[in-house]
Design a binder for this molecule. Structure first.
Ligand code: GAR
Length: 215
């Protein structure tokens, strides 16, 4: 599959995908990375690994629709088949999503529907939950919502801060995101309304559900 990856910052999830491709675990190609911000670490990662990227900034367009249309054109021009939001900090509208129906996935650092939106790990620490985690899901027209592909359950430990919990969850993010891409690429991800089944995957284990196969 031709992958398009949208980023806004550090790009550690992007790096996990780059590495999965580099080391042959993913057979897919990163056709284009789009950053909505200049000078971010994600762009340095693209340069280091000769991954094609473009910076497309919201403020360069008169409307959000124009901004989204510009991203769609850039992705379509590269033949992108699956769009991965890897720390992309904007809510996409119908303008973008209708160009890639059920072909946009997102990684979010909580067990959705808990703690949607910004600073999910801070929300989890402040709420006092004893488990949080991360989710890869298809993107619907709501923030951090849409049919769930895979979740990983991560314990919250007394004394955790936003930073320490974020770091613990991130290690799991870097595994479930490439795994979800691989399953989609293999044509094993079936969507029935809100429910997703990964054909042939093993369900019912902790901390990954379904269980990881390759990462
Ligand atoms: C990750 O923790 C990702 O789950 C989160 O932003 C971080 C990006 O890190 N995404 C969201 O909160 C989406 N609502 P990264 O740039 O190092 O991949």
């Amino acid at each position: 599959m031709n992958l398009g990856i949208l980023v806004s910052g550090r790009g550690s999830n992007l790096q996990a995908i780059i590495d999965a491709v580099r080391f042959g675990k993913l057979k897919d190609r990163i056709s284009l990375v789009i950053s909505d911000r200049e000078g971010v670490q994600a762009i340095e990662r693209c340069k280091r690994h000769a991954v094609p990227y473009k910076v497309i900034k919201r403020r360069d367009y008169a409307s959000k629709e124009d901004f989204e249309r510009a991203m769609v054109s850039a992705l379509k021009a590269e033949g992108v088949e699956l769009v991965v939001l890897a720390g992309f900090m904007r809510v996409l509208t119908k303008t973008f999503l209708s160009a890639f129906p059920m072909k946009v996935i997102n990684i979010h650092p909580s067990l959705i529907p808990a703690f949607q939106g910004l600073r999910a790990q801070k929300q989890a620490v402040e709420y006092g939950v004893l488990y949080s985690g991360c989710t890869v899901h298809f993107v619907a027209e709501e923030v951090d919502n849409g049919p769930v592909i895979i979740q990983a359950c991560v314990p919250v430990i007394p004394g955790d801060t936003e930073e320490s919990l974020s770091e613990r969850i991130l290690r799991y993010e870097h595994r479930i995101l490439p795994q979800a891409i691989k399953w989609i690429s293999e044509g094993r991800v079936k969507v029935y309304g809100r429910k997703v089944i990964v054909e042939g995957a093993r369900y019912g284990q902790l901390p990954f559900n379904p269980d990881l196969e390759d990462f």
